[in-house]
Design a protein around this ligand. Structure first.
Ligand code: MN
Length: 704
């Protein structure tokens, strides 16, 4: 066990003694966990978490964040669990470490610009706690500072990820100095030659113009002094990558980039900013169109300053930024400035309100609460409460509304994928289609060629697209099924009239359709299937529009029911017909045909409306399983339910539901089963098996 690093002494400048002792034990915990691991540079691994914690200490982050920074790689790289961290260092620290580990697991794969933006949002959405992002940025900063030690492929990958993901996040959080350092380090590793050339050019230019710059600096200082403005004047230079980016994006040569040099003027308050601006515009002529008032209208990340450009004394333009000390702190440290300066600055909370658009709610809560403990509580915000970001199997990121399920995802990818999805793998694991997606999930939809949307999906989908596509499909399917049934019903009604559908001529149909107000033939057939029109009436009308044919009725046929008609044919719940039962169909308006057993009381009641009653018969090829209820009366003996269930299974039936009457002290008990059967023969076989059980005293099929 090594000594506590000297850094702890430095940190004690702003942390309490008990914080320092927790950090010391976190350091030792981490050192033990990483024992035997080394950085690519050859240093013991602990040097990395220590450096990360130290970066955070420079921002004066709280001890929870520092503790988490010391532990940030133990879950990833060692056998330490979240529970263990939680027990030793408390739940908030464990949550922070877990948050950082989760971010480490998701990989940035595609490089399209829109994808980079989604990836940044995904990271931010997953972080939940701003400190997780700050730890991650400090981690990345240290890895970038030590990137020389790793191999060229990994170096390029990490540098690209930094420039596309982490530097922009730092920029948006207003962490200016980290943003620039990340950018320049990444630039250096990504394009070493361009970096070298540009660095040299900037250095040379600075040398050439040193005298000029010195004279301008003196002139500015003198002018401000003579106007009675107290100010700190600094020479300023753009970071290399932003010069490079400007040259690349605007097709400029290095000589054409004007703001390589500039001056920053820091004054005591806002009125002094405008006074200084006036004084400088009096010193050199301003370049038209270059003045920007970011004090009156701040940037989204909380940045405030006055920007202007002047015609310098030797023909070169001079860029000027004017700001207060407070604005300067925000510009340099952004969100972290909350920790850095929170004790000394009372007016900071007003600035914080502007500090970040997507930290807005958070900062408003802070200004209301005014209490830093509560502020830390509120750091756990949902930055994108309305969206969830997930990966496709190819690594593309999709943004979906929060609450979206696998089915929503499938429809978002493509309507065909939605219509044919049967299962989903989320993070390699098979999950129900109704599973709600989480940020960072990798979602893979499994489809089958003949699968169809299930009406039950409407109960859980949350996107409008999925909902409307499912409805559309069901409606079309219902229509097609109804039309097919209508065709058979119509044919059946034609047969007794000595005709059949194939003989009806197009001319007859055309006349009929004209009379019905120009509906399509399919629509009329669907109407018949749905019971909105009577087949017998349509049949007689069609025939009356054609050549006179043989007049009298022949034998009437039955409509054959296959059980596969879908929603156009329903099986009555009151009598639960199964293949083999004598059956009758009743057409009911708007619902299509409902099949009852011939002895069902519903049929007796419908006799007064004979046109709605149809002869139907089972197709011998019916293969769908049907539900049937049976009642079994058994002697009350141990294990009898198991025996009955075993016999049912033996007869190759599924039990859908079982109910047993409550124990009432009597010798017999009633059991009710809902079974799946093929037909009457199958049911008979099951009943025969059950009769062989000695405890079974009575058996009956139950209808209704
Ligand atoms: Mn790390």
């Amino acid at each position: 066990m090594s000594q506590s690093p000297a850094l702890f002494k430095e940190w004690s400048g702003y942390l309490k003694p008990e914080d320092i002792s927790q950090l010391q034990s976190a350091y030792q915990f981490s050192e033990t966990a990483h024992q035997g691991q080394f950085r690519k540079s050859g240093e013991p691994y602990i040097s990395h978490p220590l450096a990360v914690a130290n970066i955070l200490a420079q921002w004066h982050l709280d001890s929870q964040a520092l503790t988490a920074a010391l532990l940030h790689d133990v879950m990833e790289d060692t056998s330490v669990t979240k529970t263990e961290i939680s027990k030793t260092f408390g739940k908030p620290v464990a949550e922070l470490v877990d948050g950082v580990s989760k971010l480490d697991k998701i990989e940035f794969e595609t490089h399209a610009e829109a994808q980079a933006e989604n990836f940044r949002k995904m990271l931010l959405a997953m972080a939940r706690d701003v400190r997780v992002i700050l730890i991650k940025l400090a981690d990345r900063l240290h890895n970038m500072r030590t990137l020389d030690a790793v191999g060229p492929d990994q170096r390029r990958r990490v540098a690209r990820e930094t420039i596309e993901i982490y530097a922009p996040i730092a920029n948006r959080l207003g962490l200016n100095s980290i943003y620039q350092e990340l950018d320049d380090l990444a630039f250096q590793h990504l394009y070493p030659d361009r970096y070298r050339v540009l660095a040299k050019a900037v250095k040379a230019a600075r040398g050439n113009r040193r005298e000029v710059v010195g004279r301008v600096l003196e002139a500015i200082k003198r002018r401000l002094r003579s106007n009675g403005i107290e100010a700190e004047v600094q020479g300023r230079q753009k970071h290399l990558y932003s010069i490079y980016r400007k040259m690349r994006d605007k097709h400029l040569t290095f000589a054409q980039v004007h703001d390589v040099f500039g001056f920053r003027i820091i004054v005591k308050d806002v009125p002094a900013c405008y006074l200084a601006l006036g004084a400088l515009h009096g010193l050199y002529k301003p370049i038209p169109g270059k003045f920007k008032d970011y004090i009156a209208i701040g940037k989204a990340n909380g940045y405030q300053s006055l920007h202007t450009a002047l015609f310098g004394p030797f023909g070169s333009p001079i860029e000027i930024q004017i700001r207060t000390h407070e604005m300067h702190k925000i510009a340099e440290a952004g969100v972290a400035s909350h920790w850095l300066y929170k004790s000394s600055d009372t007016s900071l909370s007003t600035l914080q309100k502007k500090t970040h658009q997507w930290l807005k709610s958070l900062l408003e809560m802070q200004s209301q609460a005014g209490d830093s403990v509560e502020f830390l509580e509120h750091l756990k915000v949902d930055l994108f409460p309305d969206e969830v970001y997930v990966f496709t199997p190819k690594g593309k990121i999709m943004a979906l509304p929060r609450g979206s399920t696998a089915v929503d995802f499938a429809y978002a990818v493509h309507t065909d994928i939605g219509n044919r999805c049967v299962a989903v793998k989320i993070n390699q694991e098979l999950m129900p289609l109704r599973t709600e997606l989480k940020n960072g999930d990798r979602v893979e939809i499994i489809t089958a060629a003949h699968a169809k949307p299930n009406p039950l999906w409407l109960n859980f989908v949350s996107t409008g697209k999925a909902r409307s596509r499912i409805r559309h499909f069901l409606k079309t399917m219902h229509f097609r099924e109804s039309a097919q049934l209508g065709e058979r019903l119509l044919n059946q009604s034609l047969v007794p009239l000595g005709a059949n559908l194939a003989e009806v001529k197009d001319a007859q149909w055309d006349k009929f359709l004209r009379d019905t107000g120009g509906k399509a033939r399919e629509e009329v057939l669907a109407d018949i299937g749905l019971g909105k029109r009577l087949a017998a009436v349509v049949a007689r009308r069609l025939l009356s529009l054609g050549e006179p044919g043989p007049a009298e009725a022949v034998a009437s046929g039955s409509v054959v029911i296959r059980g596969s008609e879908g929603m156009a044919v329903q099986f009555a719940q009151c009598c639960q017909p199964i293949p083999g039962d004598p059956i009758v169909g009743i057409i009911s308006k708007g619902q299509g045909m409902v099949i009852h057993t011939h002895d069902c009381p519903v049929i007796a009641r419908a006799r007064h409306d004979p046109e709605r009653i149809l002869d139907v018969a089972w197709d011998p090829e019916t293969r769908k399983p049907f539900e049937v209820n049976i009642k079994v009366v058994v002697a009350n003996r141990r294990g009898v339910l198991a025996k009955v269930a075993a016999e049912i299974a033996e007869a190759e039936s599924n039990i859908q539901n079982v109910n047993v009457d409550p124990e009432d002290g009597s010798a017999y008990t009633n059991m009710y089963f809902t079974l799946q059967v093929q037909d009457r023969l199958h049911l008979a076989r099951i009943l025969r098996n059950l009769r062989n059980i000695p405890e079974v005293v009575r058996l009956a099929r139950v209808k209704g």
